[in-house]
Ligand binder design. Structure first.
Ligand SMILES: Cc1cc2nc3c(=O)[nH]c(=O)nc-3n(C[C@H](O)[C@H](O)[C@H](O)COP(=O)(O)OP(=O)(O)OC[C@H]3O[C@@H](n4cnc5c(N)ncnc54)[C@H](O)[C@@H]3O)c2cc1C
Ligand SMILES: *[C@@H]1O[C@H](CO)[C@@H](O)[C@H](O)[C@H]1NC(C)=O
Ligand SMILES: *[C@@H]1O[C@H](CO)[C@@H](O)[C@H](O)[C@H]1NC(C)=O
Ligand SMILES: *[C@@H]1O[C@H](CO)[C@@H](O)[C@H](O)[C@H]1NC(C)=O
Ligand SMILES: *[C@@H]1O[C@H](CO)[C@@H](O)[C@H](O)[C@H]1NC(C)=O
Ligand SMILES: *[C@@H]1O[C@H](CO)[C@@H](O)[C@H](O)[C@H]1NC(C)=O
Ligand SMILES: *[C@@H]1O[C@H](CO)[C@@H](O)[C@H](O)[C@H]1NC(C)=O
Ligand SMILES: *[C@@H]1O[C@H](CO)[C@@H](O)[C@H](O)[C@H]1NC(C)=O
Ligand SMILES: *[C@@H]1O[C@H](CO)[C@@H](O)[C@H](O)[C@H]1NC(C)=O
Ligand SMILES: *[C@@H]1O[C@H](CO)[C@@H](O)[C@H](O)[C@H]1NC(C)=O
Ligand SMILES: *[C@@H]1O[C@H](CO)[C@@H](O)[C@H](O)[C@H]1NC(C)=O
Ligand SMILES: *[C@@H]1O[C@H](CO)[C@@H](O)[C@H](O)[C@H]1NC(C)=O
Length: 550
C-alpha cells in the first residue's frame, strides 16, 4: 500500500501520562452578582423567571401548555432523587451510582445532563442520603417532543411567559449547554426516525440517511450497517448525531476520509423561535443551513431532523497500541478504511521501528474488520453504549501542521509539563479535514489546517469535595490551558473549557460576526440561550443561577 497516496484516518487518542503532583490552586472568586438583591429582578422581564417568582406561570398555565402538547409536559425530578430522602430507594440509588460517570445514567432522562461542574452536586448519588435533592441547575419542566407542533407550543410558551428555554437531546454537552436552572426543556430524545434516501441536489447526489433529532450514533451506525452503509458520528456512540455533534462540528474516526460531522449535512428540518417549521439546505434558507452546520447547538432553532451523507460500508483496518516510555503512551484506536492488517502495519512501520531502535517495549494489536460497525464495536464499544466516561472537565485546542513543523519541541515541552505538573492528562487526535465541504458551512476554520487536536481532560472525582474539583476547573483555565493555547489555533466548542475567556474567537473564529447576524434573523428576541453559544454575551448567569440580560 502506498500510504502517502491514500486518505488516511489516523487517530491517536489517550496519549496519557500519569500525573504525580496534586496541585490545587485556591482562587478567591467573589461573585459580585450574588450580592444583587433577589427582589430587584423579581418582576423584571430582563431576567427569566424562576419558580417562586410572582411572574412564574401558574399551575393552570402549565396545565394549558400540557393540554396543547397532548399531555407530554413532564414536571421533572432530578435523576439523583432516588439517592435522597424522602424519595430514597437503596437499590435504584446503588444502580445509579455505578453508572453516574457514564452517559447511560443521563441520556434517557428528560432533565439529566452529564456536565459534572454544572451538576453542582445538587442532587447526586455521592452526597449523603439526608442531604436534600435540590433542583440546582436542572430544568423544571420538559416537553417530550414528538412533533413540530410540540416545539412550537414550547417556544411560544417560553417566549410569552418569560421562562428560560433549553434544548436537550442526550445531555452529553460538557459545557452544560443542555440544561438551565428553572428552565422549560424541549427534549428531543424520542425523535428516533431513520430513513435511507437516494439524495439528489446541486451539491450532492448519492445515498443519504435522514435521522430524527433524537437518533444516537449507535442507532445510526446499526441502521446504516444493516442497509450496507456507514455514517460519520462520534467516538462516544451515545452522542446524538443531529444535535450538538453535527451542529458543533463533530469529529469522527472517519473524518479524515469524509470530513467533519458538519460537512455531512444536506438538509435540516427546524422549528424556529417563532414556532415556524422550515427546511434549511445550501439553497433554501441557506444562512440557517450554514449556521446550523458547525455554528453551535441550541442557538438558532430547534432541529427536528437532519439528512446526512451515507457511504458504502466495507473493510476497516484498525490498530491499538500500548507502549511504556517515560510513563505510558497509548493509541486508543487507529482507523484506516479499506486497509488489510499488513497495510496497517506498513503504515505504522516508521513508528514501530522508532520504538524498536530505542528498545521501547510495546504491544500492537492490528485488525481488519469487515464493517465499520464491527470496527466501532471493537474500538469504542462494546455496543450499544461503549464505556467512555462523560464526567470530566477539559480544555482543548487544534494545532496546525505548520506550527507542529516549526515548534514541535516547544509543544512537547508544554505537554510534558501538563502531564507531570497537573492532574490533567493529554489526549490527541491526529486528523486531516482540510478538504472543503460540498457546501460552505460554519465549521471553525482552524479545523481545516489542524494536524492534531489536543484535549486536556481530567475525570471528575465525585468522592472528593465539589470545591476541590471546582478548583481544578479554575486551575485548568488559568494555568494549564494558556501555555498550550499559545500554540493552538482555536478550540472545539463541544469539548472546550467553558470558562475560556477567549471563547468567541477560539470557538467560532472569523465566523462569529456572521453567525451573530444569522441568529438575529432567526431568533431576534434571543429566546435560545446556552453558555458560550453565539449571542450568549447578551446574557449573564447571576449568583443564584438566574439568567438575566447583561
Ligand atoms: C463521553 C463523550 C464523548 C464524546 N465524543 C465525541 C466525539 O468523538 N466527537 C465529537 O465530535 N464530539 C464528542 N463528544 C462531544 C459531543 O459531540 C457534544 O457533547 C455534543 O454537544 C452532544 O450533542 P447531543 O445532542 O448528544 O447532546 P446535548 O447535550 O443534549 O446537546 C448539546 C447541545 O446541542 C443542542 N441541541 C441538542 N439537540 C438539539 C436540537 N434538536 N436542535 C437544536 N439544538 C440542539 C443543545 O441545546 C446543546 O446546546 C463527546 C461527548 C461525551 C460526553
Ligand atoms: C410583581 O407583579 C405582581 C403582579 O403581576 C404584583 O402583585 C407584585 O406586587 C409585583 N412585585 C414587585 C416586587 O413588584
Ligand atoms: C400532563 O398531562 C399528562 C396526562 O394527563 C399527565 O400524566 C402529566 O402528569 C401532566 N404533566 C404535568 C406537568 O402536570
Ligand atoms: C452551585 O450552588 C451554589 C449554592 O449551593 C451556588 O452558590 C453556585 O453558584 C452554584 N454553582 C454553579 C456552577 O451552578
Ligand atoms: C416520551 O414519549 C415517548 C413516545 O414518543 C414515550 O415512549 C416515552 O415513554 C415518553 N417518556 C416520558 C418520560 O414521558
Ligand atoms: C437507491 O437507488 C439504488 C440504485 O438505483 C436502489 O437500489 C436503492 O433501493 C435506492 N434506495 C432507496 C432508499 O430508495
Ligand atoms: C491486544 O489484545 C490482547 C488480547 O485480546 C488484549 O489483552 C490487549 O489488551 C490488547 N492490547 C491493546 C493495546 O489493544
Ligand atoms: C537495545 O538492546 C540491545 C540488546 O539488549 C542493545 O545491544 C542496544 O544497545 C540497546 N539499544 C538502546 C538504544 O538502548
Ligand atoms: C507548567 O504547568 C503548570 C500547571 O500544571 C503551570 O502553572 C506552569 O506555568 C507551567 N509551566 C510552563 C513553563 O508552561
Ligand atoms: C490532507 O487531505 C487533503 C485532501 O483531502 C490532501 O490533499 C492532503 O495531501 C492531505 N494532507 C496530508 C498531509 O496528508
Ligand atoms: C478520587 O479521589 C480519591 C481521594 O483522593 C482517590 O482515592 C480515588 O482513587 C479517586 N478516584 C478516581 C476515580 O480518581
Ligand atoms: C418567523 O420568523 C421568520 C424568520 O425570522 C420570518 O421569516 C417569519 O415571517 C416569521 N413568521 C411569523 C409567523 O412571524
Amino acid at each position: 500500500m502506498r500510504a502517502s497516496t491514500r486518505k488516511i484516518a489516523l487517530r491517536l487518542s489517550r496519549i496519557s501520562a500519569v500525573a504525580s503532583l496534586c496541585l490545587a490552586l485556591s482562587t478567591n472568586k467573589v461573585d459580585a452578582s450574588a450580592t444583587i438583591a433577589r427582589n430587584t429582578y423579581l418582576n423584571n422581564t430582563a431576567c427569566r423567571f424562576l419558580p417562586g417568582d410572582s411572574g412564574w406561570p401558574s399551575s393552570e398555565e402549565w396545565q394549558q401548555l400540557n393540554t396543547s402538547v397532548d399531555g407530554r409536559l413532564i414536571g421533572t425530578v432530578p435523576v439523583g432523587a432516588v439517592c435522597h430522602d424522602p424519595t430514597y430507594d437503596g437499590a435504584a440509588c446503588e444502580l445509579l451510582k455505578q453508572t453516574w460517570s457514564l452517559p447511560q445514567a443521563h441520556f434517557n432522562d428528560p432533565s439529566a445532563f452529564m456536565a459534572a461542574y454544572q451538576q453542582n452536586a445538587s442532587c447526586d448519588p455521592y452526597t449523603s442520603r439526608p442531604s436534600p435533592c435540590l433542583r440546582g441547575n436542572y430544568v423544571s419542566y420538559a416537553i417530550n417532543v414528538t412533533s413540530a407542533a410540540d416545539v412550537a407550543a414550547g417556544v411560544t410558551f417560553a417566549q410569552e411567559k418569560n421562562v428560560r428555554l433549553v434544548i436537550k437531546n442526550t445531555g452529553h454537552d460538557y459545557l452544560g449547554k443542555s440544561t438551565g436552572k428553572g428552565g422549560l426543556s424541549l427534549w428531543t430524545h424520542h425523535l428516533k426516525s431513520i430513513e435511507f434516501l437516494n439524495y439528489s441536489s446541486e451539491a450532492y447526489s448519492g445515498p443519504a440517511i435522514k435521522i430524527g433529532a433524537g437518533v444516537q450514533a449507535f442507532e445510526a451506525y446499526e441502521a446504516a450497517a444493516a442497509a450496507g452503509f456507514k455514517v460519520v458520528g462520534g467516538e462516544c456512540v451515545t452522542v446524538g448525531v443531529a444535535g450538538g455533534f453535527t451542529q458543533g462540528g463533530g469529529h469522527s474516526m472517519l473524518s479524515s476520509v469524509y470530513g467533519m460531522g458538519a460537512d455531512q449535512a444536506l438538509e435540516w428540518e427546524v422549528v424556529t423561535a417563532n414556532g415556524t417549521l422550515v427546511i434549511a439546505t445550501p439553497t433554501a434558507n441557506e444562512d440557517l443551513y450554514w449556521a446550523l452546520s458547525g455554528g453551535g447547538g441550541g442557538t438558532y432553532g430547534v432541529v427536528l431532523s437532519l439528512t446526512v451523507k451515507a457511504y458504502p460500508d466495507g473493510v476497516i483496518g484498525g490498530a491499538s497500541m500500548w507502549a511504556i516510555f517515560g510513563s505510558i503512551f497509548s493509541i486508543g484506536e487507529l482507523t484506516l478504511p479499506g486497509a488489510t492488517k499488513d497495510e496497517v502495519r506498513t503504515l505504522l512501520a516508521p513508528f514501530t521501528s522508532y520504538l524498536a531502535e530505542r528498545n521501547i517495549s510495546y504491544q500492537l494489536n492490528v485488525t481488519s474488520l469487515p464493517s465499520f460497525l464491527e470496527h466501532i464495536d471493537r474500538y469504542v464499544g462494546p455496543l450499544p453504549y461503549g464505556t467512555i466516561p462523560s464526567a470530566q472537565i477539559q480544555g482543548g485546542t487544534m494545532v496546525s501542521r505548520t506550527v507542529v513543523e516549526k515548534n514541535n519541541a516547544e509543544i512537547m515541552a508544554v505537554l510534558r509539563n501538563i502531564s507531570t505538573s497537573s492532574q490533567f492528562y493529554v489526549a490527541a487526535y491526529a486528523l486531516n479535514v482540510s478538504k472543503q465541504p460540498s457546501s460552505p458551512n460554519a465549521l471553525l476554520p482552524s479545523w481545516r489546517d489542524a494536524l492534531i487536536y489536543y484535549v486536556i481532560p481530567q475525570f471528575w472525582n465525585y468522592t472528593i469535595p465539589f470545591e476541590e474539583m471546582a478548583e481544578q476547573e479554575d486551575f485548568l483555565s488559568e494555568r494549564v490551558m494558556p501555555p498550550l493555547q499559545a500554540w493552538g489555533s482555536g478550540a472545539y466548542m463541544n469539548e472546550a473549557d467553558f470558562q475560556d475567556p477567549g471563547w468567541k474567537q477560539n470557538f467560532y473564529g472569523e465566523n462569529y460576526a456572521r453567525l451573530k447576524r444569522v441568529k438575529r434573523t432567526w431568533d431576534p428576541k434571543d429566546l435560545f440561550y446556552a453558555t458560550t453559544a453565539v449571542g450568549s454575551e447578551a446574557w449573564e448567569v447571576m449568583g443564584d443561577g438566574r439568567l438575566c440580560r447583561a
